[in-house]
Ligand binder design. Sequence first.
Ligand code: 6PG
Length: 246
Amino acid sequence: MVTKVVPGQLVALQDAAGVARDAATRIAKLLRAAVARSGHATFALSGGNTPRDAYALLARESGVDWGKIDLYWVDERAVPPTDDRSNYRWARSTLIDPAGIRDERVHRMKGEAQDLDAAAREYETLVKAGVELDGDGVPAIDVAVMGIGDDGHTASLFPGEPTVDIHDRLVAAVPAKGAREARLTLTAPAIEHARNIAILVVGAPKRPALERIWNAQGDVHETPGRVIRGCRGSVTWIIDKAAGGI
Ligand code: 6PG
């Protein structure tokens, strides 16, 4: 008998619009709390389609002091920052520009780099310099937005790739595979040490992946989204009913 254990809090909304509204409100509250706690906050963004509407609504949330919040990325595609596939490009058009976030607060992954391993090392240095360490001496991002792929990936930790087993680095390069372009991604330790994780999941095609992530038993190599089960901070699943099979 498979036991389902959802790690963290589960919030199920009627549809994608409800997910976007709830996520924007919750993320704004988490960011305000982080700034209130330490006078500063770090916020890591995932790409993909799901969070775009939430980012646009977040840009309009009141009381978020963007002058005290540094933006990082959970992952990025190996494309120029102006490319339609760029996670940075979408964050700029939905959140950064509408919220008037200054460039010095925006720390994008350089997906356009010719040497992605060097770009990963450079980004790790940036994260270590800008993100407050937790009690384990690991950079602990205050708020991270995650998504889940139909195949059970999160960030750019994909099934069948060794990236999910990297525990001595915070950022890694992921080789291209088939139609999937190469990537830069935070690794499991960077995700697990985040203080607050909001996972936005919409649509029935995500349901099998969610089931595999929420099963008490499972293989993180088959379903890398299971790394979220190791998160030390607050975990909130913000999903629509279709994704949850509800
Ligand atoms: C990316 C994301 C990735 C995303 C999932 C879900 O660069 O694509 O960071 O991890 O969260 O692929 O993507 P959708 O929201 O488009 O379903």
